[in-house]
Design a protein around this ligand. Structure first.
Ligand SMILES: *Cc1c(COP(=O)(O)O)cnc(C)c1O
Length: 327
């Protein structure tokens, strides 16, 4: 489905702005949900940090998806959009007391905890409120992802999650906390991942870990959360506008060994929303440099930071002229 830009309507809108193709968004969300529904116990939470625009969140809510949040503000945005608290998960290494308190009061489904001091904080705040909080341990699986170095999150050198060596200690500690209930394991190895091998490697690590926990301590947790990370095609956004969710879910269904009754959670962000958004900008000047001509536009890195931050590529199209432009 090639995006048809309503160029005539754009004439009256001040540039730069983001144009969201809501039909494509709905189609993408519906496709992901339909493909996940082919497997028992698969659940999708939209990773709100990909885009927290209320209009997009409303579409996510409308389709019945949950939300994955990495800040109190995102939890709030999800709840305000009408996403039920019992479908909200909250990860992040730096949760503050205020954010934890807000999420506890909202009654979210699960905190994905990333360190021992965070466990202490959630226990203390839950005790003050006399409520019980469900937690999953975010495990650092030491799995690399074939993506930009700045957006890998699952290597031992990354700040995210609990390392294997500390896992037993963290589980023991949670078990002594009267206001915490350990319900699962959480993983997220990075973003913009296009090779299924990385997800297969993650499945291998999870399978090993599940065996260790079952045999070592008789522990089988009801929820496994594999995070997100499925990438999109920036080079050919029109041809590959809806990512290959069928292959993605089939990969997990084939390689991840779930225990009886275990629920599998996904936190997809970019792959659900990225292709529906387009930054519309106008050429203000054509500037002759000493060896290049530059098209200077009215959008900058404040509107689209990715190219400057880590050399990300975005396809540029000229919407108002079919003429090849020699720059
Ligand atoms: C960013 C993030 C995601 C989503 O990643 P995408 O690449 O956008 O799918 C999922 N889970 C956590 C914990 C994240 O930080």
């Amino acid at each position: 489905m090639k995006t048809q830009f309503p160029i005539a309507a754009f004439q009256n809108i001040e540039t730069p702005f983001y144009y969201y193709d809501m039909d494509l968004l709905r189609e993408t969300l519906a496709t992901a949900l339909r493909e996940a529904a082919k497997y028992e116990g698969f659940h999708i939470h939209y990773a709100v940090k990909a885009n927290f625009n209320p209009m997009l969140l409303a579409a996510v809510k409308e389709q019945g998806m949950g939300a994955d949040c990495v800040s109190g503000g995102e939890v709030k945005a999800a709840i305000n959009a009408g996403i039920p608290a019992e479908k909200v998960v909250f990860a992040g290494v730096g949760k503050t007391d205020r954010e934890i308190a807000y999420a506890l009061d909202a009654g979210i489904f699960c905190f994905n905890i990333e360190s021992m001091p965070e466990v202490e904080a959630i226990e203390r705040l839950a005790a003050e409120r006399n409520v019980s909080a469900q937690v999953a341990i975010r495990v650092n699986p030491n799995v690399g992802a074939h993506t930009h170095a700045n957006i890998t999150t699952g290597l031992a050198e990354n700040k995210f999650g609990v390392n294997y060596e500390q896992l037993d200690e963290v589980i023991d500690f949670i078990e002594t906390c009267p206001h915490l209930k350990l319900i699962g394991l959480h993983f997220h190895i990075g973003s913009q991942i296009l090779v299924m091998d990385d997800f297969i490697a993650l499945c291998g690590r999870i399978n090993e870990l599940q065996t260790l926990l079952r045999e070592g301590r008789g522990l089988v947790l009801p929820h496994i959360n594999v995070g997100g990370g499925l990438g999109i095609r920036y080079d050919e956004p029109d041809e590959f506008d809806v990512p290959d969710f069928a292959l993605y879910f089939a990969t997990y269904a084939k390689h991840l060994l779930l225990q009886k009754g275990q629920q599998l959670h996904f936190e997809l962000g970019r792959s659900l929303v990225a292709q529906c958004g387009t930054l519309i900008t106008k050429v203000t000047y054509v500037k002759h440099g000493s060896c290049k001509r530059f098209a200077i536009v009215d959008a900058g890195m404040n509107d689209l930071v990715r190219p400057a931050m880590y050399g990300a590529y975005h396809k540029i199209e000229n919407l108002t002229s079919d003429k090849e432009c020699e720059l």
